[in-house]
Write a protein that binds this ligand. Structure first.
Ligand SMILES: Cc1cc2nc3c(=O)[nH]c(=O)nc-3n(C[C@H](O)[C@H](O)[C@H](O)COP(=O)(O)O)c2cc1C
Length: 455
């Protein structure tokens, strides 16, 4: 019945239904106007109404859109991206991820035109960030889509983990969604095209990025214009080690030699749960030896006025109090420039354990990781007495979450899983909400709020 009614409606509304099938003469295109069939097509009343309404809507909508400012229009576009999220959710996680990276690499993504709220601007390691919300490692493992991702409005993007020699990683499937829990389990195992391929890509973009830096600074003085406007943005390079390598330090040193010239900051990732033995490098002695070697390799290289990129260490959320104390002691003694807290967890917190997918081996990320990683962050902020900039990552899916990380001791924050679920629309939302949280509590800048819950 419904189908019949629908068909009838379509037939009646069709522009062609009531058109008499006037046969067009064979010589139509070369005859005079007089030979054109005289009958003007007649449409039904409903058809005319429908067509008129559609045209009216189009003209009205277009006219309205032309009167709104660029910022509103940009907001519509970003919100509109939510419409494609169900399509991505329908695909295999790794296929969806590949599609997203390819689209960003080709520039088939929105560009954030709205400037970031000024309260979010900050300077860390002598680098200026227009906002503290970054994309964490693992999304753009091979540095394919930096410009597209920065253009979405992230304050910074971290590529990698990159291994010295290309490697495939673990067999597929190796990424699993837990949508109800807002979580992901992955056991990628550092699938990487390797430092040479990544260096080529970064090298090709480097000239352009540097050019943008200089033209940006000459045209706007000291203003930060990226993450919302043209400009180079901040790039982190996250280094990993090959699965079969027996000398971890040599792997990281190779990464430093090949990639550090392109990085605004470098990360030694020793916290992935999917590379056997990697997390043992977080032990006091191992960490000390490793960081010394990597720092030496970086400092031996020739650096210009800006100096070498800061060196950060990314740690796990599954460490004991003793482990954390050891890491804090090494970080302070060796003046590590920053810590990223945290990577994925091998634990299965209650909020995720009921989902059968939770039994998959690998690291859990997303909402169920939030408390664990934020508590680790808090501990580390207290242990390092707020002397080392910390990047808070793990389970951020709103501005309020980002704010909690900052209050727990983070100067910058990162996310991955919530972006995988929420898409581009999430980035402006988080930034606006974070600015609102700061203003609500009377803070004038991010610095004032850092570690507020640890004092
Ligand atoms: C599929 C996937 C791959 C990841 N790969 C890496 C990686 O190569 N290197 C790394 O340091 N972290 C990696 N991570 C961890 C994230 O960078 C981040 O630390 C973690 O997911 C917690 O943040 P989130 O809860 O916002 O996702 C990966 C995470 C996911 C989900």
């Amino acid at each position: 019945m419904a189908t019949r009614v629908a068909l009838k409606f379509i037939r009646e509304c069709s522009l062609y239904t009531k058109v008499k099938s006037n046969k067009i003469p064979r010589n139509y295109f070369c005859t005079a106007a007089a030979s054109i069939p005289k009958k003007i097509p007649q449409f039904s009343k409903k058809g005319r109404l429908f067509t008129g309404a559609a045209i009216g809507l189009l003209i009205g909508g277009g006219a309205y859109a032309s009167t709104v400012d660029e910022a509103t229009f940009c907001g519509w576009l970003f919100n509109g991206t939510k419409l494609v999220n169900p399509f991505f959710a329908f695909l295999d996680p790794e296929v969806a991820h590949r599609l997203a990276v390819s689209a960003a690499a080709r520039g088939w993504v929105l560009i954030e035109k709205r400037p970031d709220p000024p309260i979010l601007e900050l300077e860390v390691w002598g680098r200026r960030f227009s906002n503290p919300v970054g994309l964490s490692a693992g999304f753009d493992k091979n540095a394919e889509a930096i410009e597209g991702l920065l253009g979405l409005g992230f304050g910074f993007v971290e590529v990698g983990s990159v291994t010295p020699v290309p490697q495939e990683g673990n067999p597929k499937p190796r990424i699993f969604r837990l949508p109800t829990e807002g979580a992901i389990i992955n056991r990628c195992g550092f699938n990487s095209e390797g430092i040479v391929a990544v260096a080529k890509r970064l090298g090709a973009q480097h000239g352009k990025r540097k050019l943008e830096t200089s033209s940006t600074s000459s045209s706007t003085g000291d203003e930060v214009v990226h993450g919302g406007k043209a400009g180079p943005g901040i790039l982190g390079v996250n280094l990993g080690k090959n699965k079969t390598s027996e000398d971890a330090a040599a792997d990281y040193v190779q990464g430093v030699h090949t990639l550090s010239q392109y990085a605004d900051y470098l990360v030694i990732n020793i916290s992935s749960p999917n590379t056997p033995g990697l997390r043992q490098l977080q032990g006091r002695k191992q960490l000390k030896d490793l960081v010394k070697k990597v720092q030496a390799a970086r400092d031996e290289m020739q650096w210009g006025e800006e100096g070498p990129p800061p060196l950060l260490v990314k740690i796990a959320p599954d460490l004991s109090k003793q482990d954390l104390e050891d890491i804090a002691a090494v970080a302070l003694a060796l003046r590590i420039d920053g810590l990223i807290i945290s990577n994925t967890t091998v634990q299965r917190p209650d909020t995720a354990s009921k989902n059968p997918v939770a039994e998959e081996a690998g690291g859990l990320s997303g909402k169920p990781l939030f408390s664990l990683s934020t508590n680790t962050l808090k501990d580390m902020y207290s242990l390092t007495k707020g002397k080392i900039p910390l990047i808070g990552v793990g389970g951020i899916s709103s501005g309020e979450d980002a704010y909690k990380k900052i209050r727990a001791g983070a100067t910058l924050v990162q996310l991955y899983t919530a972006f995988a679920y929420g898409g581009p629309a999430l980035i402006p939302k988080i930034k606006v909400e974070l600015a609102e949280c700061l203003e609500r509590d009377g803070y004038k800048s991010i610095y004032e709020a850092v570690g507020a819950d640890c004092r």
